[in-house]
Ligand binder design. Structure first.
Ligand code: SF4
Length: 499
């Protein structure tokens, strides 16, 4: 059956009110994306269709891996799960965690996918937003008698039924960081409600660093910070199609992004680097009530932000663990190509890279194993350990990349282009003077060098620093979660101090 026919069948069955599950393949995901019409700009030009665009396609390929691996028997247990709503098999990226085992499988799944893409596959942001909203809306309704959770469950069913990729939209532009949302000179520095009527709400503002937004189906808007009552118009969470009227996406630049038109020089031609982020502008966008999950409820903004952040920080030991596996492999291969693999210092540095990588992974597994059940029945990571995990990423990835650069040598930053390598006149010179050990083709050395350059440079490093929140955001959470008072008490008992 062709992908287009599968989509049509789902829609027909949905109209009858049946709960029909769809586990899309990567090809079906791309076909479904082609039907959307998001307004996307890059370098002052409007992009007609994101699918097939050389700048965006590598990120779509990476996201497609989350669909394809669900059909691979070797990964079925990790990449699919049983829906607690329908009892049907669904893609894990649409699942609500039902146990600590689910949390652990999430981390293992992320590492396995990263090992195949070497870059971000973007789908975790919406996954984490859905889990954070599922739990938070439950507690909002329990306290205030609202009906956000009921609405959210209906949205979730739609996502699970159709196996849709959802973009999590949290980060506001924030303007003057010393001022709260309602005190900003420009009120649009945080997404806000500008109108409420009997049909729904109208919101405006923007979200930045939107991972996978242009190749998702829906976005989940969330506040970016805890809010006080005076900021009620900024306490908004809702679901919006990425191509809804009033939405414009401006695709961001990346280090060496012109190389996406190249093969060897891009380094990771199929999957690119990090997630393909954009600025998403919401210019008076209408959202019907059934898609609104928070509207003025400032007391729950902090809970939602904290839960989303902790779920997303859990991920990094998995996804960056897998990315680091590739960096380690590439570095070890290049050391061999250079004839340096047997040097004691090289072996030691590789071991150091492994140690750092597995430490990241340990934290991700630990915060999952130490997870707990929430009032709604779903499971939440240990927030202290999840934040330690991400804090480590902001340091260890830099050290892993530093060691990769150390072993690789300066040629990854100075080698001529792939056009020169392939040129009939100067190509033989490049072949000759960029050769390492005699039995390895120069092109192999070139390719692995470019892969290291791609995965350890500008955009990739900044993403490790600020993705899922800056280091300071984690330190705020560490301060809150550390219970230093209890540690003082323990110390005083041992010291024989009675107070
Ligand atoms: Fe997922 Fe990692 Fe990308 Fe975040 S950076 S969306 S955790 S793959």
């Amino acid at each position: 059956m062709r992908p287009r026919e599968i989509s049509v069948k789902i829609m027909v069955q949905k109209k009858k009110g049946e709960f029909i599950m769809s586990l899309k393949t990567g090809a079906e995901y791309m076909e479904a994306l082609k039907k959307l019409k998001p307004v996307v700009y890059f370098k002052g030009e409007k992009i007609d269709c994101v699918v097939g665009h050389p700048l965006i396609q590598p990120h779509i390929n990476a996201a497609a891996m989350t669909y394809d691996m669900a059909h691979d028997p070797a990964f079925e247990d990790l990449v699919t799960a049983t829906s607690h709503l329908s009892g049907e098999r669904i893609n894990r990226f649409t699942h609500i965690h039902q146990s600590t085992g689910d949390l652990i499988k999430k981390v293992k799944m992320l590492r396995a996918i990263s090992q195949r893409t070497g870059s971000c596959y973007q789908r975790c942001v919406g996954f984490d937003a859905m889990n954070a909203l599922y739990a938070t809306t439950f507690e909002m309704d329990a306290k205030n008698g609202t009906e956000y959770h009921k609405r959210f469950v209906e949205f979730l069913k739609y996502i699970q039924e159709n196996d849709l990729m959802v973009a999590g939209a949290m980060t506001d532009p924030k303007g003057d960081r010393s001022l709260s949302p309602s005190k900003q000179a420009d009120p649009d520095m945080f997404v806000r409600i500008v109108e409420k009527n009997d049909k729904g709400i109208v919101i405006r503002g923007a979200k930045q660093h939107m991972t996978g937004m242009v190749n998702s189906f829906e976005m989940l808007i969330m506040p970016t910070t805890a809010l006080s009552p005076e900021d009620a118009n900024y306490a908004v969470s809702c679901a919006i199609p990425v191509d809804a009227p009033g939405i414009t996406h401006v695709f961001g630049r990346q280090t060496n992004d012109e190389r996406k038109w190249d093969q060897i020089d891009q380094g990771n031609a199929k999957f690119g680097v990090v997630g393909g982020e954009c600025l998403t502008v919401l210019d008076n966008v209408f959202v019907p009530w059934e898609k609104v999950f928070m509207c003025g409820d400032t007391e729950f903004a902090g809970m939602l932000v904290e839960r989303f952040a902790s779920y997303h920080r859990q991920n990094y030991g998995g996804c960056k663990g897998g990315v680091s596996d590739i960096i380690i492999g590439a570095t070890a291969a290049l050391a061999e190509y250079n004839g340096a693999a047997k040097a004691a210092h090289v072996k030691d540095k590789i071991v150091e890279m492994v140690h750092l990588t597995e430490t990241l992974y340990c934290c991700a597994i630990a915060c999952s194993a130490e997870g707990r059940q929430l009032p709604c029945g779903s499971y939440y990571v240990d927030p202290l350990l999840a934040n330690v995990d991400k804090q480590n990423v902001t340091r260890f990835i830099y050290e892993i990349c530093r060691l990769a650069h150390d072993i690789a040598g300066g040629f990854i930053a100075t080698m001529p282009s792939e056009q020169d390598l392939k040129d009939p006149v100067i190509g033989p010179l490049i072949e000759k003077y960029y050769k390492g050990v005699a039995n390895v083709p120069t092109e192999h050395r070139y390719r692995i060098g470019r892969l290291i350059e791609n995965m350890t440079g500008g955009t990739a490093l900044v993403e490790s620093m600020h993705g899922a929140g800056s280091p300071q955001a984690q330190r705020v959470m560490l301060t809150r979660q550390a219970n230093v008072e209890n540690k003082k008490k323990l110390a005083k008992i041992l010291a024989g101090i009675e107070e």
